[in-house]
Design a protein around this ligand. Structure first.
Ligand SMILES: [Mg+2]
Length: 257
């Protein structure tokens, strides 16, 4: 996949969850072992996901990782003794104001597109809203386009994963959120973050990270998103999802010895 020398100097790996580590939502044995193998090789590990901060709270407590950048960059979760600490961008007033704008947008969408359903993980979200476009529902392309138009008209930013369409009034995307995280947690400046941390992902909402980081990997299913990625990952694993993630982990770990 790549010459070992390329990744020898890495200090950490940032990775997406859905359809990268998780295979259709499931954490396979080989993917979980891949996370442990990178942890045991001394790499810092951070999940970077569109999933809720409530999910980040769980994995930051349970997995051998240094934290989670959740909700597409906005909310950061780190283990703190026996608990976790959540960090937001801005003060409580700013966070509450953005939340109120999101709540209003949810009402607008429900009125205009009553057949479009919210994702089933919104109760665990703090800074964004997600609608289900391909997880438990199969939303048609024109409805997805109408939904995206409503979100943009409200002044929110929209991102799309393989399963959800998100709306957010946050400033961060996955890349700026990940860089903010490694600076706050490890003191790495953005130059160090971009060159000494690898990123592994699979889809359109990973575009900012594929463009920003030097060492970028895609699992095989990223090929389906070639059209929407302005900068594709530098290296693509032979296999899809968790199996591909395990191949990438093996490549990174073996370069360290
Ligand atoms: Mg994904």
């Amino acid at each position: 996949m790549m010459p070992p020398a390329e990744t020898r100097g890495l200090v950490g790996v940032l990775f997406d969850l859905d359809d990268t580590v998780l295979s259709h939502g499931v954490l396979t044995r080989e993917a979980y072992e891949a996370i442990w193998s990178m942890h045991e090789a001394g790499l810092r590990l951070v999940a970077v996901t569109g999933r809720p901060s409530g999910w980040g709270e769980v994995i930051a407590r349970q997995w051998p990782i240094d934290g989670a950048v959740t909700e597409n960059g906005a909310v950061h979760v780190v283990r703190d003794g026996k608990g976790v600490t959540l960090t937001f961008d801005g003060d409580a007033e700013a966070v509450a104001h953005r939340r109120a704008r999101l709540d209003a947008l949810v009402v607008t969408v429900a009125k205009a597109l009553p057949h479009v359903k919210l994702a089933d993980d919104n109760h665990a979200r703090r800074s964004d809203v997600a609608w289900d476009i391909g997880e438990r529902e199969r939303l048609d392309a024109s409805s997805i386009a109408e939904l995206a138009q409503l979100v943009v008209a409200s002044g929110a930013r929209t991102t799309r994963s393989s399963v959800h369409l998100h709306a957010s009034f946050e400033r961060d995307d996955k890349a700026s959120g990940a860089i903010r995280f490694v600076h706050a947690r490890f003191g790495d400046d953005s130059g160090a973050a971009l060159h000494r941390w690898a990123f592994v992902g699979d889809s359109g909402n990973d575009a900012a990270c594929f463009a920003a980081f030097t060492h970028t990997f895609g699992v095989e299913n990223v090929r389906a998103y070639a059209r929407v990625l302005t900068v594709p990952p530098r290296w693509v694993a032979p296999s899809k999802r968790g199996a591909g993630f395990a191949e990438i982990a093996k490549t990174i770990v073996s370069s360290r010895w």
